[in-house]
Write a protein that binds this ligand. Sequence first.
Ligand code: GLA
Length: 382
Amino acid sequence: MVASEVLRQAFAERFGGEGHLYAAPGRVNLIGEHTDYNMGFVLPGAIDKGISVAIRLNGKKTYRVAALDFGEEVIFAADGQKLPQAWANYILGVVMEFHSRCFAVPGFDAVFAGDVPVGGGMSSSAALESAFAFAINDLGNFGIACRELAEIGQAAEHKYAGVRCGIMDQFASLHGAKDQLIKLDCRSLEYELVPFHLPGYRVVLLDTKVKHSLASSEYNTRRAECEAGVKVLQKLNAQVHSLRDADLAMLEAARSQIDAATFTRCQYVIEENARVLNAVSHLKAGNTAAFGQEMYASHEGLSKLYNVSCAELDLLVDVAKECGVTGARMMGGGFGGCTINLVAEESFARFMQQARSDYTNKFGREPAVYEVIISEGARRLT
Ligand code: GLA
């Protein structure tokens, strides 16, 4: 997390005096990808990297926000007019969502900065939404539960960033706990904290640094394909309202009515939901090796059936396998971003060396490496 002193100083320089400090983390997801918007299961955790905000009510009707990392500042009103700076729209979106729920957000001055790599698949945007949603709720004494704050962030992303994301990223950023993963049922939003403290293992992300320009349009396409699959399945099985309610036998029975691409998308989601539940059982039973195998199987499905991987991600997962890494897979929406790796201490050095050299040989540059620690969620610092 960004040092509080940096924000305090930046706030004082711009606005004079002191703001209240808040922070919200990015997230990793151990398993359960593209299952959230299909009302299924995910297993994310908040991380020790995120967005920090210094903020103070200003007694006006406008919001003035400076983004230290971009060297930009905007002033806006709650009129819903989109802003030219992409980052500012996430904050505008959050403010507008409070308003649409009849919570009038008082004007504020704010400065924020972060250490979540943008575009790395660790949800820097959810961290930003969650930091502001949490701060606004607290400063306005609105008393909104974190679960609804997550929905506010998600809606902001839908309406102001154009990505029809699920609830996982915002939920994890707001509900994270140290050394615990969140087994979230994305239909009921009930969740269970699952201890994830594995001495002798590291959670390491390898960033391909690929940013696919089609990522958000492909994301929305996958979502639409899943919805198309549900429509057909529902005709044959009235109880199916999402892929969460379907099983492989139902899908097989509908094969002739579903096009081949949609079939494989649905197959992946149904299988991935089962993998999350299996992975949680393995974790609870202390079977780290079996947990890791579920991660590899998840990648296989994402790459071959859901078709959201890319050559760079596939290579990094192959190298992990060769080096005996316990579990590895692409993480997040796909088409670039990071792989997540569960690495035993004794495999770490070899894996890093091999990943760097194989990746450089094939793609002409090194992947970035981030080690993460599962940490607490959004909070007030001062
Ligand atoms: C992005 C979205 C999430 C989720 C993942 C894929 O991170 O924001 O809601 O759908 O992709 O699992």
